[in-house]
Design a protein around this ligand. Sequence first.
Ligand SMILES: [Zn+2]
Ligand SMILES: [Zn+2]
Length: 351
Amino acid sequence: MVSVRLPVTPRPYQDELLSSWMARVAARYGSEPLELVVYLAGQGGRDAGAGQVDDVAPDMGLLRQWAKACRIDPERLHRRSLAARYPDRPRDWFLTETVPVCLACFDADVAAGRDAYLRVNWRLAEQVVCPAHRTVLLDRCPACRGGLRLFFRMLNGLLRPFCRKCDAVLPGGGGEEANLLKVDFAAGVLDLQRQISRIVRSGPGRLDRLEHAVRTLWAPLDRDGAARPVLALWYDEPGWNCPFEARAAVGRSAPLQHLSVSWRALTLVILHDLFGADLVPGAVLPEAALVLFQRAAPLPWLTDGPDLRTGKGKRTIDAGAERVHRLSKRSVHRLNGNFLDERGDFGRIHP
Ligand SMILES: [Zn+2]
Ligand SMILES: [Zn+2]
């Protein structure tokens, strides 16, 4: 049995996602991580079924393969997984879909003369602002406006991030800071984000209350045929329809997972508006929150409070969510219900 050793491989950075490091190793050999895995596995006589790395809880066999090829201690790689770095964090507080990025961090990579790489904290569900640069993270390609999916390619001797869709290199973020409103907004959200991180780490109790609040805000409204989440009432704008990009989150058990950066940021802001500095509901709901929460459709995960982290009751939730998604994709006539005016029993919610 021959085992392959790659002659030169970059080392993982301290705050780098495993998948980012593997993408860089592969890019150095002009390939994709999956191709490299198949190559390594084929040469080593092993089954190539392992496939792509899971940043949260990577397959140990796959890590050993990479470790051997790159002459790194497999345990050291394992310590870079999200589950090992954030042992107290529930899995649904890691993003699994698009990973947003900070352009200023990529600028810093160029300035330091190193490869661009993806930071671990970009995969945290509450992370919408870069703590180092105080800029809002980016989840759309600035060139083609498509959902951001990156790959690395050599440019002037260093790996740089390129958009998979339009093949443009991601531009630097340095010139953008003139917009004071944006800077203010980012600073405000950064505070909320830090607080949410603390709540997520604090374990059950406050975390349960936080999750309940987020789920309720993104629950569908109580009218049959609802195409709007509860937080639509916060806007007090008749005719506001849930934008397409946010619909996948309506009625989900972990809505933040399915939202773009701007909607996740808005969710944090609404939590602050409704619950003040605590960000989570206490024993007595403030009036505005009470009005909103009463309008949530009764769904199993809102009323029964099952422990979603153990996976119990998953079937019901999925079935319920399916129904909700069908509904939330329908277009709404502006008089079909679910607008503030049509209940007439309360006034404006948003100050
Ligand atoms: Zn940054
Ligand atoms: Zn693009």
